[in-house]
Design a protein around this ligand. Structure first.
Ligand SMILES: [Zn+2]
Length: 193
């Protein structure tokens, strides 16, 4: 089984974990000090997750996971910058995660702010806006923030594989599966896009 196939299995496991969360029957056990002690000097996450910093989007909880399972990079609006790209590269190259989840979500404040201000560059939050505006450059007529978030998640995948040789080579060599997902606050469901 190559790493990409492992990634598919891990994705299925995480989507099943999300169903546990939605159904109110989480099973994660790895949340105690004993687990942390086991991983005191090493880590073996089986997935990296690029998630928004939004307080309602907590990957470990919505995927029913515990300590040591996910390598999580959280940044407002899943805005892709150099530190974010290198964090993903670290997970792929050093930790050899077989799965990368790009997790956008409903009602994202960054998408709303960008929609309100586009095409003007704002005084604040410039690096985040610079990472989000390219989607509006292509599709100025986007009305719905949630649709915008999904389009942005697709843009993140394209841009990440364009900018990162480590990531694009891993995908090409069947070492990495990238899954684009969208979290719906009203249902708790993570859907593939
Ligand atoms: Zn957000």
């Amino acid at each position: 089984m190559n790493n990409k196939e492992k990634g598919k299995n891990e994705l299925e496991k995480l989507l099943k974990g999300n169903k546990n969360f939605v159904n109110g029957c989480p099973t994660a056990k790895n949340m105690c000090l004993e687990t942390l002690k086991k991983f005191a000097f090493h880590q073996e996450p089986y997935a990296a997750v690029l998630s928004c910093s939004d307080s309602r989007v907590v990957p470990e909880i919505i995927f029913d996971c515990g300590i040591g399972e996910l390598f999580v990079i959280r940044v407002a609006g899943i805005a892709l910058g150099p530190n974010v790209i290198e964090s993903i590269e670290y997970a792929v190259k050093k930790l050899k995660v077989p799965l990368l989840i790009l997790l956008g979500h409903d009602d994202c404040g960054v998408m709303k702010y960008a929609k309100d201000n586009y095409p003007n560059m704002t005084k604040d939050f410039q690096s985040i806006m610079s990472a989000v505006y390219p989607v509006l450059d292509k599709k100025e007529d986007i009305k719905c923030h949630n649709f915008f978030a999904m389009e942005h998640t697709k843009w993140v995948e394209t841009t990440l594989t364009d900018k990162s040789k480590i990531v694009s080579n891993a995908v090409k060599n069947n070492d990495l599966l990238i899954a684009k997902c969208h979290f719906d606050h009203s249902t708790g469901l993570v859907n593939l896009i």
